[in-house]
Ligand binder design. Structure first.
Ligand code: IPM
Ligand code: MG
Length: 358
């Protein structure tokens, strides 16, 4: 029996609701597969922990996490604490030191889901956004001085290193190569930002020489938003900086029906540290505790985790089960136009996995 250890960090808001739904589904997938077992340990870190201990997670949290095969993360953010504290104290405090530099965000229209774009179906919208996840606008470099004075200054410096830019572009080119269309779009803003963004373009010109079989093109981020809406079928794999891809991936999620379905993998491709898997949606405090959060993002995320662990057959059967539920359309969460609870959607996916609702 193949054994995997998974650290579950549900975090804030609806995190614990969608992660416990995801764990139920993961156990059902493993039981059905019969070839592997997941040992899940839960870590109650986040804002409640912060209010009690003055930090979002314990000092030795990273050492604890390093011992696991994967991290299954819910969400960070709670109105009782400023967002930049929860983000830097939890999610970025895990991603950055573990150097999970490749943030992978698939976006596609699941069967039966009507996105907001007229006449756009599943065959027209099937993208993977690769987000640089270790530097750029999230490098954490900057400062604030002369507090409260008229000449107060606030600065965040976007930091791009050749090694950081090259490794994410290479990763994205390899991912594009593995997909049927072998197509990659580089997104920058090199008309306005003439240093770091022109650097991204220059590095790309060099790196792509090693991938002659991948068709590439370049877009400025503002024009990219219109292309995503008006010509979604012209895109396949996309690579962009930390902030640009953050913005574009929210747009992508909305165009595929809801932020509630969108998954993410924070990958450490070298596999010398665990990777972290999380739904894109935030902590959604407005619906917390009501049992109505959409768990599909955390199921899709769980499928990405299984894939990364090498359980590709189980990953595919989980996605097929999710797609059966969306295609059927009887049991959908509120953000997808239904009225089903988190538990009902979870039960429906488990039934589909086990072939009970055919
Ligand atoms: C995301 C989120 C985070 C980010 C937030 C919670 C800070 O928007 O994962 O896309 O910007 O990285
Ligand atoms: Mg975001």
């Amino acid at each position: 029996m193949r054994e995997y250890s998974v650290a579950a960090v549900p975090g804030d808001g609806i995190g614990s609701e969608v992660i416990s739904a995801g764990i139920r589904v993961l156990h059902a997938v493993a039981a059905r597969d019969g070839g592997f077992n997941l040992n899940v340990e839960n870590f109650p870190w986040g804002t409640d922990y912060y209010l009690e201990h003055g930090k979002m997670m314990p000092e030795d949290a990273l050492d604890t996490l390093r011992a696991f095969d994967a991290i299954y993360f819910g969400s960070a953010g709670d109105p009782r604490v400023p967002d930049h504290i929860s983000l830097w104290g939890l999610r970025l405090a895990i991603c950055q030191p573990l150097d999970q530099y490749a943030n992978v965000r698939p976006a596609r229209l699941l069967p039966g889901i009507q996105g907001p774009l007229r006449d756009v179906g599943p065959e027209d919208l099937d993208w993977v956004i690769v987000r640089e996840n270790s530097e750029g606008e999230y490098a954490g470099v900057g400062g604030r001085v002369h507090s409260g004075l008229a000449d107060e200054v606030g600065m965040d410096v976007a930091v791009f290193t050749r090694s950081g830019v090259e490794r994410i572009q290479r990763f994205a080119l390899e991912l594009a190569r593995s997909r049927p269309r072998k197509k990659l779009t580089l997104v920058t803003k090199s008309n306005a930002q003439r240093h770091g963004m022109v650097f991204w373009d220059d590095v790309f010109e060099k790196v792509r020489e090693d991938f002659p079989d991948v068709e590439t093109d370049k877009m400025l981020v503002d024009a990219m938003t219109t292309r995503m809406v008006l010509n979604p079928e012209s895109l396949d794999t996309i690579v962009a900086t930390n902030l640009h891809a953050d913005v574009l991936s929210d747009l992508a999620a909305a165009l595929t029906g809801s932020l509630g379905i969108a998954p993410t993998a924070n990958l450490r491709p070298e596999r010398d540290a665990p990777s972290m898997f999380e739904p894109i949606h935030g902590s959604a405090f407005d619906i917390m505790g009501q049992g109505i959060a959409n768990p599909i993002g955390s199921f899709w995320t769980a499928a990405m985790m299984l894939d990364h662990l090498g359980e590709t057959v189980a990953a595919a059967s989980l996605m097929t089960a999710v797609e059966r539920v969306t295609a059927n359309g009887d049991i959908l969460p509120r953000d997808l136009g239904g009225d089903a609870s988190t538990e009902q959607v979870t039960d429906a996916v488990i039934d589909a996995l086990e072939g009970r609702n055919e």
